[in-house]
Write a protein that binds this ligand. Structure first.
Ligand SMILES: Nc1nc2c(ncn2[C@@H]2O[C@H](COP(=O)(O)OP(=O)(O)OP(=O)(O)O)[C@@H](O)[C@H]2O)c(=O)[nH]1
Ligand SMILES: [Mg+2]
Length: 244
């Protein structure tokens, strides 16, 4: 492990696409809530993105902010992949820049990660977790997936689809991300990690619907990809149970 990694314990990876109206509140919220030494990687796709000038100003005050251009083709997954590649922390947390995720949850995630859990999922669906707003269809689908996950996939989380997760960096040495759509990559990593024997747990968190900026979530386009990974997980579990 390099000296650099020992110094920075946590990397917060934030993909952004025109979050200029949200990013100031996001950074102030993050910096006042997270009590672990960390770096913040803001990953953008194109130079005209309206998040850029705001982050450039914030960087003068918050020296731990890094503004990084997506090194792959544009898009959410590639922005996160860029973050995984460029992060220096031992633990990497992905969160949305639209104020959807509660930054104080990161402290609880970190405690669990330090205890040896390789992925810590933020959950809206267990006691203490909440979702405020959001499309009903998306909520029902996500709730169904989450609540059936422990039973059908054998994975100990009730929120399979939440992108807000903390990862031990070591899992990226073993997992190649194949997803090419959107947030389903978070399911892919979780399911693959589980069947490779990595330890998974969850902690409750509240999710807020964005009030400013525009959602880039493409439900119809990405739904088949979520379904693919869900059934892939079920097939892995079935194989395991049949081989017992
Ligand atoms: N770099 C980059 N960031 C993206 C892209 N699409 C979305 N993001 C960012 O990823 C985060 C989540 O995206 P949202 O558009 O809010 O979508 P969501 O949170 O999955 O869905 P809802 O908020 O429920 O609509 C936000 O910080 C976005 O700015 C993209 O193509 N490239
Ligand atoms: Mg969002």
């Amino acid at each position: 492990m390099s000296k650099r990694i020992n110094k920075i314990y946590l990397s917060v990876i934030v993909p952004v696409y025109n979050e200029g109206t949200n990013i100031t509140k996001f950074i102030y919220g993050l910096e006042s809530s997270v009590n672990i030494k960390h770096e913040v990687l803001i990953i953008y796709d194109f130079d005209e993105d309206n998040t850029m000038p705001v982050v450039k100003r914030l960087k003068r005050k918050f020296k731990n902010i890094k503004l990084i251009k997506n090194i792959f083709e544009s898009g959410l997954i590639n922005a996160c992949k860029t973050g995984f590649k460029k992060a220096n922390g031992n633990f990497l947390v992905v969160m949305s820049g639209d104020l959807a995720d509660e930054p104080k949850t990161i402290n609880k995630m970190y405690e669990l990660a330090k205890k040896g859990y390789d992925i810590v999922c933020a959950t809206r669906y267990s006691k203490g977790g909440k979702q405020l707003g959001g499309s009903l269809v998306k909520t029902y689908l996500s709730k169904f997936a989450g609540l059936t996950t422990p039973i059908l996939l054998g994975i100990p989380t009730s929120d399979l689809t939440n992108g807000f997760k903390m990862y031990n960096r070591k899992i990226f040495k073993k997992i190649k991300i194949e997803s090419q759509g959107g947030w389903e990559f978070t399911m892919e990593i979780l399911i693959k990690a589980h069947f490779l024997g990595f330890k998974i747990t969850e902690t409750p968190s509240t999710w807020y619907e964005r009030t400013l900026g525009k959602s880039k979530f493409k439900l119809l386009k990405w739904l088949p990809k979520y379904i693919y990974w869900y059934f892939w997980g079920i097939s892995q579990r079935s194989k395991l149970l049949l081989n017992r």
